[in-house]
Design a protein around this ligand. Structure first.
Ligand code: FMN
Length: 361
């Protein structure tokens, strides 16, 4: 019934301004109007990564629920985990509207939101209220006008360690000027030293050691992959999320909005982000869990990320075009992929085609 309602609502939502449509979706979810997963999870899709247990490997990507308004609804609708944020210490409005654009012919979006969010405190209040079940990660960033960006990330750990099942350090948004410079090995070394020291300080009987993942840009140069991975491994980072949106605009069919500033997400990002994922998998020899995100819009593209090296996947733009039915289709395709490979679970097929993907330029 509710799923039927969603099917009717989707074409209507797509006629609205994207940000308005998104707000309506969040409000509907807050009001309990969303499709629930009714069938039991296939145990072959379960993943255990470090201390975290995932009923299935599909997560909602950061940006969908920036202010932690609906993590429980996201989980109840069939996702295996939710990531909220990006959250900055102080609330900020982000860039002027319009700042989100649909490129419908390409199944893509461009956004330059610029970390619009209610800040740490508001999210903390919401996350404290939630029942602690399921995996909810918190994506942290820096305020645009921050005099000390590193301190903003450290403040994220400090404020939200009590409520985050894991943290994502977002140093790859193209919409905060200079933020991506933090991916440079020297900067990364300095930031990670501070974050790891803070995590140790915060870990106690009440607060377990929270896993920390770093989210990378798909636009990093091939030559930078090795030095970045070295820093990640040296600091004992628990995971990498590959990738954020791209500044690249090559090969788009849509004629309108293509020249808008911002990050491109959705189907055209798939090849680029999956190739980077595989390169990092091959380079790190699978030593560090990877979360594959960028352009997933079907069961096959989701399976492709796992085969390229992702232990978990996330999506956002595919959901806008395909609707919530996409989650069930992805689960079916993943189970079929496991069966076809003669494997017992999804874990066994992670990275099975990483060499092929990594060979792509
Ligand atoms: C409207 C919008 C807002 C986003 N906001 C964030 C954000 O706040 N933090 C972040 O790390 N990524 C953000 N992203 C990037 C997504 O998390 C994801 O990395 C990217 O969209 C690629 O996945 P997709 O092709 O499945 O959308 C945003 C993406 C979109 C479309």
């Amino acid at each position: 019934m509710i799923s039927g309602l969603t099917d009717i609502a989707m074409p209507f939502l797509r006629t609205l301004d994207p940000e308005r449509a998104h707000e309506i979706t969040l409000r509907a979810m807050e009001a309990g109007l969303y499709p629930r997963q009714c069938t039991a999870e296939d145990p072959r899709l379960a993943q255990k990564i470090g201390v975290l247990e995932f009923p299935n490997p599909i997560g909602i990507a950061a940006g969908f629920d920036k202010d932690a308004r609906v993590p429980a609804a996201v989980l109840a609708s069939g996702f295996g985990f939710a990531e909220v944020g990006t959250l900055t210490p102080r609330p900020q409005n982000g860039n002027p509207s319009p700042r989100v654009f649909r490129l419908s012919l390409d199944g893509a979006m461009i956004n330059r939101l610029g970390f619009n969010n209610d800040g740490h405190e508001a999210a903390l209040t919401r996350l404290k209220r939630r029942e602690r079940s399921g995996v909810v990660g918190v994506n942290i960033g820096a305020n645009k006008d921050s005099p000390d960006r590193e301190a903003d990330y450290v403040a994220g750990l400090e404020a939200l360690s009590g409520v985050a099942d894991y943290f994502t350090v977002n140093i790859s948004s193209p919409n905060t000027p200079g933020l991506r410079d933090l991916q440079a090995p020297k900067e990364l070394d300095s930031l990670l030293s501070k974050l790891m020291a803070k995590r140790t300080e915060l870990t106690s009987n009440d607060v377990p050691k929270r896993p920390i993942a770093v989210k990378l840009s798909p636009d990093i140069a091939n030559d930078d992959i090795a030095p970045i991975c070295e820093q990640i491994l040296a600091h004992g980072v628990d995971g990498l999320i590959i990738s954020n949106t791209t500044l690249d605009r090559e090969g788009l069919k849509t004629r309108t909005h293509v020249n808008e500033a911002g990050g491109l997400s959705g189907a055209p990002l798939y090849e680029r982000s999956t190739a980077l994922l595989a390169k990092v998998y091959v380079h790190t020899k699978g030593q560090i869990p990877l979360i594959g995100v960028g352009g997933i819009h079907s069961g096959e593209t989701a399976l492709g990320k796992i085969e390229a090296g992702a232990s978990l996947i996330q999506l956002y733009t595919g959901l806008v075009y395909e609707g919530p039915g996409l989650i069930g289709r992805i689960k079916t395709a993943l189970v079929n992929g496991v069966e076809r490979a003669g494997a017992k679970s999804i874990t066994e097929i992670v990275g099975s085609k990483s060499e092929d993907w990594a060979a792509k330029t």
